[in-house]
Design a binder for this molecule. Sequence first.
Ligand code: X2X
Length: 333
Amino acid sequence: RAVLRTLAATPAAMPLIGFPHVARAAEFELKYGNNLPLSHPLNIRAQEAAERVARESKGRVEIKIFPNNQLGGDTDMLSQVRNGGITFFTPSALVIATLVPVAAINAVGFAFSDYDQVWKAMDGKLGAHVREAIAKVNLFAFEKMWDNGFRQMTTSGRPIEQAKDMAGLKIRVPVSPLSISMFKALDAAPASLQFSEVYTALQTRVVDAQENPLPIIQVAKLFEVQKSCAISNHIWDGFWFIANGRAWRGLPADLQKIVADAINDAGVKQRADIKALNETVQADLQSKGLSFNKTDPDSFRAKLRSAGFYKEWQERFGNEAWSLLEDAVGKLA
Ligand code: X2X
């Protein structure tokens, strides 16, 4: 009644001031966690996708992004997406492989030699094979992988040029059985640490080396605690954008389409961002004091072969997945 009196007393000429806009809570509030700094293309494109989903769903779906390990490390977020604590997570293939072993197949040492091979395989049969395996543990993997990049090795001491330089090297690797296996086969001394711990571990010399794509080295400022970088391209690594299976199935089909289209389109744009970044990132890192050297990939492949690395992982992944990989990259074992 009071409101009506106010309205009645309001001169028609005065624009009616809208009632304070109360933002309706979204019908679906979805949490997305990742392990990368805000400035990485993964977060920039994820933010765009979240805005597109809110717009196209007319506010029915809100994706809240928690970047840079705000929700905990990879291991924590992997268990959260499994139990539904969060809806989305973007683990590296190396990391989700702790749950879905075959997911590490794209990370077999020195398998991929360029991005044409990578996307033909991961957008094709090999990627489909891995997505099926991810579905079996009640997670949903979106069709398009996001790009982490070709991994390079950095050290605080002498540069790495060939396989023999790896002997005894205390190198940090992700929480990944394949990474441990590969660097042990190279006679290094690998230590698995979550990405959130890497900078400090290098700074305090708990480890003397690490390996990551150059954009990661840049955004995580690892050049501040490392001296040299060997361009080894020893692993191509990608992020699977995954959803909790139950939460994903709980979205109506029209909203699933809006979310999937936005996330897949964002993933393809993020790939282009990394490609563009790769043109400039080495010069930027050099300007920040990181020295670079080439390596002899054949010496590393020969060492992995003689250590039985390829044979071991062919058995562990199974012949079907291994054949899909070799169809894409040629004979490895
Ligand atoms: O932990 C790493 O090295 C990173 C950031 O590349 C992954 O997410 C695997």
